[in-house]
Design a protein around this ligand. Structure first.
Ligand SMILES: O=C(O)CCC(=O)C(=O)O
Ligand SMILES: [Fe+2]
Length: 291
């Protein structure tokens, strides 16, 4: 019997799913991405991931970009991103992986990962919401609690940037994995990490992954990348996702000019994010890593 998508995700910490971008969305998203990438590279859109910076705040000190932040932002005028984020296929997959109902889904991030134009760049090995210096006990604790959200990359062009260690979302790092993920340096060869594999996505494929799976990425300035990078939460997690998600600066998502461009389904999902944001207002959320 072939394992289900959910079994694979639970066991390995990732699963590749085709077909979540219909041909119509493929064209519309592709054109919208071209426009937001052009705005980012020309400096018109300031919310970007900057070469040289692994985590938010991404700063503005390098003209080259490896990502476009907040593609659903109303100021970009590209409603197709929110339409796709709330589309039937995508939400069905998210519900399956989170084992929840539609009225428990919390809207979170939708960003775009692109190739820098002038510099190759790499992210070092990391878990998105566990510090690299965490003890094995702290890792066990953090990993077991990290089940109320799912992250995904959906490639519009072939994408081989991401490396992961399957199964590492369930166990603390070995001594060698710890050494290789504690350095601040990008990996010379990501496949030196014990257990690592390279993830290759064909256009239209999506990899869903647990963002605390050990992962890194390399960015080749010569190979075009156009990959939607997103996450969604389950309200049953309470404020557990707040640190990871809110570090990206999501005040704009609480405003009426954003919710008014969403359909009924999206408006309900955004209300749950706003409630989480209100619930943690004024609280220090501690260290912030990435997403
Ligand atoms: O480029 C990727 O696919 C991964 C990005 C990533 O790991 C991050 O932003 O934390
Ligand atoms: Fe990451």
């Amino acid at each position: 019997m072939t394992p289900s998508v959910k079994d694979m995700y639970d066991e390995q910490g990732y699963v590749i799913v085709p077909g979540l971008v219909t041909p119509e969305y493929f064209t519309l998203l592709g054109k919208a991405c071209e426009r937001v990438i052009a705005k980012t590279r020309s400096g018109v859109w300031p919310h970007r991931r900057t070469v040289g910076r692994q985590f938010p705040p991404y700063g503005n000190d390098n003209p080259d970009s490896w990502g476009v932040q907040h593609v659903m932002h109303p100021d970009l005028g590209e409603p197709v991103f929110a339409e796709w984020y709330t589309s039937d296929g995508l939400l069905a997959a998210a519900r399956e992986l989170l084992q929840c109902e539609e009225d428990e889904l919390q809207m979170e991030l939708l960003n775009l990962l692109i190739n820098p134009l002038h510099h190759d760049f790499a992210l070092r090995w990391h878990r998105d919401d566990v510090k690299e210096v965490a003890t094995a006990d702290e890792e066990v604790q953090a990993l077991s609690a990290w089940k109320y959200g799912v992250q995904w990359n959906t490639a519009l062009y072939e994408d081989c940037c991401l490396y992961i260690v399957p199964g590492s979302h369930r166990v603390p790092r070995t001594a060698e994995q710890r050494t290789l993920s504690t350095t601040q340096d990008p990996p010379k060869n990501p496949l030196d990490m014990p257990g690592a594999i390279q993830v290759t996505l064909q256009p239209g494929e999506t990899v869903f992954y647990n963002s605390n799976l050990l992962h890194c990425a390399t960015y080749d300035s010569k190979k075009p990348r156009c990959t939607l990078h997103a996450c969604i939460g389950n309200v049953r997690g309470g404020s557990i996702r707040a640190r990871n998600v809110l570090q990206h600066g999501l005040q704009w998502m609480t405003k009426d000019n954003f919710s008014s461009q969403l359909g009924e389904r999206g408006r309900k999902m955004i209300q749950r994010l706003v409630a989480m944001q209100k619930g943690v207002e004024g609280q220090a959320l501690g260290y912030s890593l990435n997403s």
